[in-house]
Design a protein around this ligand. Structure first.
Ligand code: HDE
Length: 681
């Protein structure tokens, strides 16, 4: 690609366009462009004879196929991505000179890959795990990667422990079991013997680890980074993504069932939302701390197991990212994208967080093995939208044809070019932090409080959220064979909350914990999902509808739902069209054979008991399950019979009204509420 083309282009999409190929309607050729007359039969000696070496087409086709797979990511193997754009609300020039954070009028193309951490590429979407939330900004100063998670802290404090952590949570090495799950001995043995993990474990046991959707997750840069302005003045900064649909989760039973019913649940959710024009939106927030205040927070800001409570340091919302385009090709884009926290632009810099320092080594290293060499930056999805010039040459898969003889610095033959650029003219210059010290392998004393913020998190949870945490610990430790490990974990979490540890100990058959509990009483309301945004928009409603439904009335209600952006899926007795009175009809999307309540956010029943016993049984099960997952249930017309049969009338979140306008209002409100935790199920 010529510089001219690179320079003229600021849209990543235009750049990708030049790489897109559509084979539809084309003639078949080999990779050398040779048209082939036959693609079904290998070249043989006689019709029944052996295949011969001469068959270059056979060999090329099979060889390519044999090499189609690349190593999956060591962690974050299962991911799903989309394109979009980022736009700033107000200039950040006071804090950073990063060009993409100066002008509210400017749009920066982005590519975002969401992922689970633990499971293999083919594992289920809804497992209990942290989620990756990695964003590549294609800026005019080169690519900036914000490689974030949906949890604001991490398990460990120093990058050197990452292989130990990952070995403990991956399937156990003797039998490769279990897949995509931390509910096994080695992980919990690691936790109990590496107590810096306490805070992260509280998040992993909470609802945050089973998100309803990628569209409903927060994102966190985790580490403390630096913003540097054009005067060279630095501020500490933490990055946040806030979803405009609010932060919402599944319930554990639902998450487990979804892993079977639809292992692609989050992928489907994201790609369908984009296809239907419901573009996911996330606001970018920053917490900013003056350098002088580095030691004022009561914990070490270089410790990645700590948050900056939002009530103490507010999150300033500075812009919005909109995901508006699905990928064309999963391998070329989602699989080959290569993120790296070290991909920065002037105005964004690092701190000495030892976890961040470890990451700055690991990401480039991992791309070399995964993408087969040092030229992965030339892959279309990884190319910056500005040209790159340096003396790096050759290597596997090199695409640029570098002209001329000179490939070294310093030179006279090319006037010592490519030439470094001064800081004033936009060259990156690392922040000149003064550091002094002895070379030692040690943990700073300021990194040794592992429990205060774990308790802060616990204190901030609603009663329902606390119950989910106790249930999650009990599930995970219930799968641990070693009684000693179970006991160690319970003893450890007594330092977070005695109530939590005692409840878990009872459930998993170990001695009551030895710990004394915590004297931390502080809470941070921003940590509870009860305090998030609630909207009916994009919520998926199962509409149970059979022939003979009252056409105009049902149409009125369904139109109201669509008007607020709810997504309706019709469940009927059979596929095809379901007919109502006055010529109103709908296409049926599912029968009870293909629909399961876990696929939906809410249920609306219009038609009640049918002649078929099977239909009645299936419907009863469907509604019961939705009820047990705390989902809104609405009924009008004959649908009310189901509420009677299932004894649901008057229960929280069960809406039944004769007046259809009032019904629609109340049901929309119920759907926006997400779940009704005050139900006894
Ligand atoms: Fe990663 N991490 N990580 N990580 N990480 C990778 O890089 C690593 C950490 C995160 O969608 C790998 O390209 C170390 C924190 C995301 O492609 C690897 C340490 C956070 C993704 C790696 C951490 C993350 C990765 C594997 C501790 C949240 C997926 C494949 C020092 C802020 C990116 C790859 C994608 C991927 C190393 C800790 C986020 C092996 C050594 C903390 C979102 O390089």
């Amino acid at each position: 690609m010529s510089d001219k083309r690179d320079m003229s282009q600021n849209s990543k999409d235009e750049q990708l366009e030049s790489f897109r190929v559509n084979d539809k309607g084309k003639k078949l050729t080999t990779n050398q462009g040779l048209k082939m007359s036959e693609d079904e039969f290998s070249l043989k000696v006689g019709e029944r004879g052996p295949t011969i070496m001469e068959d270059f087409h056979f060999r090329e086709k099979l060889t390519h196929f044999d090499h189609e797979r690349i190593p999956e990511r060591m962690v974050h193997a299962r991911g799903f991505a989309a394109h979009g754009e980022f736009q700033l609300y107000e200039s950040m020039s006071k804090y950073t000179k990063a060009k993409f954070l100066q002008e509210p009028s400017k749009k920066t193309p982005v590519f975002v890959r969401f992922s689970t951490v633990n499971g293999s590429k083919g594992s289920a979407d809804t497992v209990r795990d942290a989620r990756g939330f990695a964003t590549k900004f294609y800026t005019e100063e080169g690519n900036y990667d914000l490689v974030a998670n949906n949890i604001p802290v991490f398990f460990i404090q120093d990058g050197i422990k990452f292989p130990d952590l990952v070995h403990s949570f991956k399937p156990e090495p003797d039998n490769d079991i279990p897949q995509a799950s931390t509910a096994h001995d080695t992980f919990w043995d690691f936790v109990a013997n590496n107590q810096e993990s306490a805070h992260m474990i509280m998040w992993i046991m909470s609802d945050r680890a089973i998100p309803r959707s990628f569209r409903m997750m927060e994102g966190f840069g985790v580490h403390t980074f630096r913003f540097v302005n054009d005067k060279g003045k630095a501020h500490f900064v933490k990055f946040h993504w806030k979803p405009l649909l609010g932060t919402h989760s599944l319930v554990w039973d639902e998450a487990q069932k979804l892993a079977g019913v639809d292992p692609d649940f989050h992928r489907n959710d994201l790609s369908h939302a984009i296809e239907n024009g419901f573009y996911p939106e996330f606001e970018l927030g920053v917490q900013i701390l003056a350098e002088e205040d580095e030691f004022k927070l009561g914990f070490d800001i270089l410790d990645a197991t700590k948050i900056w409570p939002e009530e103490d340091i507010p999150v300033k919302i500075i812009g919005k990212m909109t995901l508006n385009q699905n990928v064309d090709n999963f391998f070329a884009e989602t699989e080959q994208v290569a993120f790296h926290p070290g991909h920065v632009v002037p105005g964004i810099d690092f701190t000495n967080d030892p976890l961040l320092q470890g990451r700055l080594f690991s990401y480039l290293d991992t791309q070399l093995i995964r993408l087969g060499g040092p030229n992965f930056h030339e892959l279309p999805i990884n190319r910056p939208v500005v040209p790159f010039h340096n003396n790096q040459r050759d290597g596997y898969g090199r695409q640029t044809i570098n002209q001329g003889k000179v490939a070294y610095h310093r030179n006279s033959m090319w006037g010592n070019t490519p030439a470094p650029v001064s800081e004033e003219k936009g060259g990156y210059k690392n922040y000149q932090e003064k550091v002094e010290g002895r070379k030692i392998r040690a943990r700073s004393e300021s990194f040794t409080d592992h429990f205060s913020q774990a308790t802060l998190f616990w204190n901030s949870m609603s009663p329902a959220e606390k119950k989910h945490i106790i249930d999650a610990f009990s599930f995970e430790l219930g799968k641990v064979d070693s009684i000693s490990v179970r006991q160690q974990v319970v003893d450890m979490f007594a330092n977070v909350s005695l109530k939590l540890a005692v409840a878990v100990a009872e459930n998993i058959g170990v001695r009551p914990p030895k710990g004394r509990g915590s004297n931390i009483t502080k809470a941070s309301p921003a940590l509870s999902q009860e305090n998030t945004i609630f909207k009916a928009k994009t919520r998926k409603v199962a509409v149970i509808l059979t022939n003979g439904f009252p056409g105009p009335e049902v149409k009125y209600v369904l139109d109201r739902f669509v008007a607020v952006g709810m997504v309706l899926e019709i469940i009927g007795e059979n596929l095809g069209v379901v007919e109502g009175t006055s010529g109103v009809s709908y296409n049926v999307d599912y029968t009870f054979l293909t629909a399961d309540s876990v696929l939906f956010d809410a249920v609306y029943m219009i038609n009640g008991s049918r002649k078929s016993q099977k239909f009645n049984k299936d419907a009863a099960y469907f509604i019961d399950e939705a009820f047990s997952h705390y989902k809104p249930i609405g009924a009008t017309h004959e649908g009310r019979k189901w509420l009677e049969v299932n004894q649901l009338i008057g229960k929280p979140g069960v809406v039944m009204k004769d007046d259809l306008k009032i019904f629609a209002d109340e049901f929309i409100q119920a759907v926006a509420s997400h779940r009704f935790w005050n139900r006894a199920v």
